[in-house]
Design a protein around this ligand. Structure first.
Ligand SMILES: [Mg+2]
Length: 342
């Protein structure tokens, strides 16, 4: 890989991770509010910048926490010596990392315990904070069961799969779709839950290699169609593309026609629509992605992942990069992924 391509790749990984954290933090404030409440409180544009939540502005939620634990699982796997990547072993490593995330949500942070855990992330008090963690992720990890696509752990298709999967899109020489599905199935047994996750990992992979967002979606749809029970995910993804192709002025009414984003295929659909509609404008895409009555932090996080990958970190407003929680640690983690995965 030449130097310019190297730099672009790092920029895309950093853009993906920090973009997700920014979208998550932007939406966190209004996660449980209706659009009428949002407009009444923040004016006709809705929320357009970080505001105080959890004690300060720029604070992200479980979506970014879990994405960081996805990264740590990947880094742990590649830090051991692997001459080739075995998807199932990699998924086990990520599952172990999610179990660490579960601990952060179950016990209070203690400075004395900092070195007790074999996890860099568990040295940060912020990551022990409860930021409305998803119930299905918690209960699945608490059960100790290892969910797979064949041995489903439950029948959930909540968006807890797609909101944490983006880092899996950067692994080279692997079936990113299958990997995304298997990571999703660790906690969510409904096919739409894990297929939406596989689809996003694959879309991120294509975008990271230089494909347009639209082309990445089209190529991922071809793979999606090979899986059983793909219909709900396919319908949601195609709906996002169809709405984008209508060329209407983007607004929250269109976003709300794609759903609330609480379930995986709707969160993916909203994020794809917002990223497609404002491909060159991170700020506008993110504002569009969070201002609706649904799961604003997750739709913001996923939009930030997709568009951050597409445009790279340089095109993300510096103010947001500086203000989002754990910014330097997130960027450092992206460097770790870049170094290990190239
Ligand atoms: Mg959240």
């Amino acid at each position: 890989m030449d130097r310019k391509k190297d730099q672009q790749r790092l920029s895309k990984i950093q853009g993906c991770l920090i973009g997700g954290a920014i979208g998550d933090a932007l939406g966190a404030t209004i996660e449980f509010d209706s659009i009428n409440q949002v407009l009444a409180r923040y004016g006709k544009e809705g929320i357009t910048d970080f505001v105080n939540k959890y004690g300060t502005a720029g604070i992200f939620t479980d979506d970014t926490q879990m994405s960081l634990f996805s990264c740590e699982g990947i880094l742990n796997y590649f830090n051991s010596d692997h001459s080739f990547v075995n998807i199932d072993d990699l998924v086990i490593e990520i599952w172990k990392s999610y179990k660490n995330w579960y601990i952060t949500q179950s016990v209070p942070f203690s400075a004395n315990d900092k070195d007790k855990y074999d996890s860099r992330l568990m040295k940060f008090e912020n990551l022990f904070a409860n930021r409305a963690p998803g119930g299905t992720c918690l209960s699945s990890l608490q059960s100790g069961k290892f969910g797979t696509m064949d041995d489903q752990i439950n029948n959930s298709k909540g968006c807890g799969t797609v909101m944490r999967i983006a880092p899996a899109g950067f692994i080279e020489n692997i079936d990113n779709f299958e990997l995304g599905c298997k990571i999703g199935a660790l906690t969510h047994g409904h096919p739409t839950g894990y297929l939406a996750s596989g689809c996003l990992a694959q879309i991120i992979s294509y975008i990271s290699h230089g494909d347009s967002i639209l082309n990445s979606i089209k190529k991922s749809i071809k793979i999606l169609k090979k899986y059983e029970y793909h219909e709900q995910t396919l319908e949601a993804v195609e709906k996002a593309v169809d709405f984008y192709k209508l060329g209407l002025t983007p607004n929250y009414q269109i976003v709300e026609m794609l759903g609330g984003g609480w379930i995986a295929e709707e969160a993916l659909s909203i994020a794809l629509y917002c990223a497609l509609d404002y491909q060159e404008d991170f700020q506008k895409a993110l504002i569009l992605s969070v201002n609706h009555s649904g799961d604003s932090d997750s739709t913001g996080a996923i939009t930030g992942n997709i568009l951050g990958t597409y445009i790279g970190i340089e095109a993300i407003p510096k103010k947001w990069i500086d203000e989002v929680e754990m910014s330097s640690e997130i960027l450092e983690m992206a460097v770790g992924l870049y170094s290990l995965l190239k």
